[in-house]
Ligand binder design. Structure first.
Ligand code: ADP
Ligand code: MG
Length: 341
């Protein structure tokens, strides 16, 4: 038998990276979330070759102080929580401190960042978890990550990537969700030098829906206005009239505290509310924003944070069901009959 030995840092980081970074879209998701957490109101994402060879993300957020840059790339290094109790009130999208170390472990990363308080910016290069250089550089306020050659040092994982077109499609999906979940941020997505998405950041959710899904969808929406206002769960956004239902769940979007998530409970409640309005195996369009009290949630269920737990599933189901049902039975759905014409 071989001797037992603790794995070295680079091996540990590569293994850990596997949980967070699966494909180029994971890199985009993590870095855009960081930009939002940094208070940016403009985020530009440029990709080439489906993000496999090139991803550049520029934000106008608060930047990282030069002396903290190497720290940011350590595993479990975060400025967002200090102790486990903070998880109850965490308002940021990130908090596990795993993204930068994971990305740096399997890519070639160049970071340029500058805070408002410093005169010069900082340029930092790290490849495969190995720090290459750090220097002062002139830079605008904010942060730019240039991420090249995903999985360059883990060829076995690179083989599992799909074609650049498919990978670009995953990134496009992420960008659309980011735009829908943060109408207050202006997003620009450029694929192979072509602008694919550009939102204004004017907070108008309907404009964003129009930009992504077109007039057919945007013209057939029912607004849910501040349902449950004042309680632990509040809901607002749009649901589609039954005429714009789809054959799959791809148009069911909902966000909790600004985070795109998947939830069987919420989907079931939405679909049950639509049941009498729609044919079987049809799914509605939704773009719903939940604001939920932190004490009512556990977000730390999965590394990608796509799933979470509610304090009370039945209450949550009821709440969503009633909100959607109320929207659907609203008067504007009933055909207006004009008498005596
Ligand atoms: P987490 O987001 O969970 O804190 P990350 O590994 O994604 O962990 O990031 C580590 C830290 O680096 C963050 O807590 C933050 O302080 C800093 N950081 C990362 N990206 C940015 C950015 N775009 N702007 C400002 N600070 C950032
Ligand atoms: Mg993060």
């Amino acid at each position: 038998m071989n001797n037992i030995a603790v794995l070295d840092k680079s091996t540990v980081d590569k293994i850990a990276a596997g949980e967070v970074i699966e494909r180029p879209a994971s890199v985009v998701k993590e870095l855009v979330e960081n930009a939002i957490d940094a208070g940016a109101n403009a985020v530009t994402v440029e990709i080439k070759e489906g993000g496999i060879s090139f991803i550049r993300i520029t934000d106008n957020g608060e930047g990282i102080p030069a002396d903290q840059v190497p720290l940011a790339f350590l595993r479990h290094a975060t400025s967002k929580i200090k102790k486990v109790e903070d998880l109850l009130s965490v308002a940021s999208l990130g908090f596990r401190g795993e993204a930068l170390s994971s990305i740096a472990a399997v890519c070639q990363v160049e970071l340029i960042t500058k805070t408002a308080g410093s005169i010069t910016g900082c340029r930092y290069i790290i490849e495969g978890g190995q720090e290459k250089s750090q220097e002062e550089i002139g830079a605008p306020e904010g942060t730019t990550f240039l991420v090249r050659n995903l999985f360059f040092n883990t060829p076995a994982r690179k083989k599992f990537l799909k074609s650049p077109m498919t990978e670009a499609g995953y990134i496009s999906d992420i960008m659309e969700r980011m735009a829908l979940s943060h109408p207050e941020v202006s997003f620009k997505f450029i694929n192979n030098n072509q602008t694919r998405l550009h939102t204004s950041g004017n907070t108008n959710l309907k404009d964003i829906i129009y930009g992504i899904y077109g007039r057919d969808i945007a013209g057939n929406l029912i607004e849910i206005k501040d349902f449950g206002s004042g309680g632990p769960v509040e809901l607002k956004g749009f649901i589609g009239k039954p005429v714009i239902s789809r054959g799959n769940r791809n148009y069911e979007n909902y966000f909790i505290n600004g985070r795109y998530i998947k939830s069987k409970i919420i989907s079931k409640a939405i679909e049950d509310a639509y049941k009498t309005f729609m044919m079987q195996h049809k799914y509605p369009f939704t773009a719903l924003h939940f604001t939920i009290d932190g004490s009512y949630l556990d977000v730390n269920v999965h590394p990608t944070k796509m799933e979470l737990r509610f304090a009370n599933n039945e209450e949550m189901y009821r709440f969503v069901y009633e909100a959607v049902k109320a929207g659907l039975t609203h008067r504007e759905l009933i055909p207006q009959v004009t008498v005596g014409k």
